[in-house]
Write a protein that binds this ligand. Structure first.
Ligand code: DC
Length: 225
């Protein structure tokens, strides 16, 4: 059967990765977490006390950063220069800097180049902010996901708690709204709905219902191919 690309974009913490992982598993496709790549770059700046407002420091850092993904205990883990950073990149200190870092055109160029390379084989489910608009504008299926801000905050709070990361509900809420603002208003590839994207508001949907809605679209696309 022909392999397609599924692009999932949307606001912060609205369940893009949950949906993307479930879909990748159902379709036996690879899952590409592009947000993890921007988080890994941010972690590198923080851990090495580098100023990301200094273009020379950014250029040097990008030459030193290698990101790859590996399966660890059945989960997709992000590696930064061969170190498993899956847990560290989810911490609030990274979330607080990732939007300004990901707004830097040099950073975006480097990440998008790598993402396009990973998509060459197709058979991929990728989630992020610019997947359907910039990274894979030719994706056969584009989903734009959104949900109510309080619901998103509570989901993120639970997700972090499950990972043993302690954070205040209100701090999480402020962070995700601030990220939405920066991500949607930046000059270089802002978060926006692709013209041919299908919008899903999952505020009142269970994970199973959400997956089923998207699988309906996958079946439609496959039968059109
Ligand atoms: O999906 P996430 O919340 O882990 O992403 C973290 C940040 O990375 C997000 O606030 C904006 C940025 N990002 C981006 O600019 N482009 C992408 N394709 C994915 C994420």
């Amino acid at each position: 059967m022909k392999k397609i690309i599924v692009a999932i974009d949307g606001h912060s913490s609205c369940g893009k990765s949950t949906l993307a992982k479930a879909l990748a598993k159902t379709l036996h496709y690879a899952y590409l977490d592009t947000g993890a790549m921007y988080r890994a770059v941010t972690l590198y700046f923080l851990d090495n006390q580098l100023d990301y407002n200094d273009p020379a420091a950014v250029e040097k850092a990008l030459g030193e950063i290698r990101i790859h993904f590996e399966r660890v205990d059945g989960q997709n883990h992000t590696f930064l220069n061969d170190r498993d950073v899956e847990r560290a990149i989810r911490e609030l200190r990274v979330s607080e800097h990732v939007s300004p870092v990901s707004a830097i055109p040099m950073v975006r160029r480097a990440m998008v180049r790598q993402q396009k390379e990973m998509g060459k084989r197709r058979g991929i489910v990728a989630d992020g902010r610019d997947i359907g608009t910039v990274v894979f504008p030719d994706a056969e299926l584009k989903i734009f996901l959104t949900a109510d801000a309080d619901v998103r905050t509570s989901r993120r709070h639970l997700e972090l708690a499950a990972k043993g990361i302690d954070a205040e509900w209100i701090d999480i809420r402020n962070n995700l709204l601030e990220r939405d603002r920066i991500d949607s208003t930046r000059a270089d590839s802002p978060l926006r709905q692709a013209d041919d994207a299908i919008v899903i508001d999952n505020t009142l949907l269970s994970e199973e219902e959400q997956l089923e809605k998207v699988m309906e679209q996958v079946r439609r696309v496959m039968s059109d191919e």
